[in-house]
Design a protein around this ligand. Sequence first.
Ligand code: BJW
Length: 266
Amino acid sequence: MDSNKNESSSHNDHYTLYPDLSQVIKELRNAKRVAILTGAGISTESGIPTFRDGLDGFWSQFDPLELASPQGFAADPARVTRWYDERRAAIAKCQPNPGHIALAKLEQIVSPNKNLFTLVTQNIDRLHQLAGSKNVVELHGSIWEWRCTKTGKQKEYRGGPFEQYPPPSDNGGILRPSVVWFGEPLPPDAWRTAENACTICDVMLSIGTSAAVYPAAGLIDIAQSNGATTIEINPEQTQATPRIDLQLRGAAGVILPIVVDHLSRS
Ligand code: BJW
């Protein structure tokens, strides 16, 4: 009896803390198709830095044009590949957090069998897949895949650090991480799938992204202009906030489990 009371009072607290929560639950309950866009913010509670957050973000310490552009790679392939290999080693130690796990549960609630739930991620860490998400689209590639600059042949590298930088490929070329740098096109299949999911979804959630990088951020507009309700989960306002319908302000690892808990009880 007491525990029921506690439960319902904490549910009421959630509605006070997050004024748009009841509408978000209602929209998700009625949605047939859901699209999600995630960014670095969803992985920060797993210990992976974001890009643009204050002093902790990568781009406050490093110049993106030196480390995340084809020109930067051409100028200093050893530095760029070492930086990505160090990030690969750091990510190898990270685990999915409650936000990733809640999204995997949400997929099971919305679309246990069919692909009516599409999780589009800008992240390269594969933590969504590790948490159990099935229908994941990687817009900016993966840090686990490296490809030969000569042949374009791609392979997964899960082992320890490379022995030299840039790492040599099997045929005299060098390896680069198979991620998308500034000025490079997104993988065409991934983009097509993401664009389609956002065109036909009823609800789209933008989670842990500053919505500063295109064309990924444009997916929010595609969803909205095709009639979807757009929802943002982020402790801060973003470039997309002015055009978003509903907002839940806070950490994804706190809010997403609450959303899934409310949904699974109804
Ligand atoms: C939390 C939280 C918690 C914190 N819970 N939230 C239109 C206009 C202007 C420019 C362009 C345009 N279209 C294209 C461009 C150019 C460029 C671009 O967008 N530049 C902008 C900077 C203006 N785009 C490109 O170059 C793209 N390519 C392209 O357009 O190609 C065209 C082409 C066609 C044909 C031929 C050739 C070319 C490619 C973009 C590639 C981006 N690459 C990176 C690096 C990937 C590899 C790596 O990891 O190193 O991708 S850059 C970096 O930014 C990374 C991210 O995926 C991406 C987005 O960042 P994200 O995820 O949003 O992170 P943050 O740090 O910005 O935000 C974190 C958020 O989390 C914050 O809001 C926090 O508040 C929040 N948060 N804790 C929830 N607990």
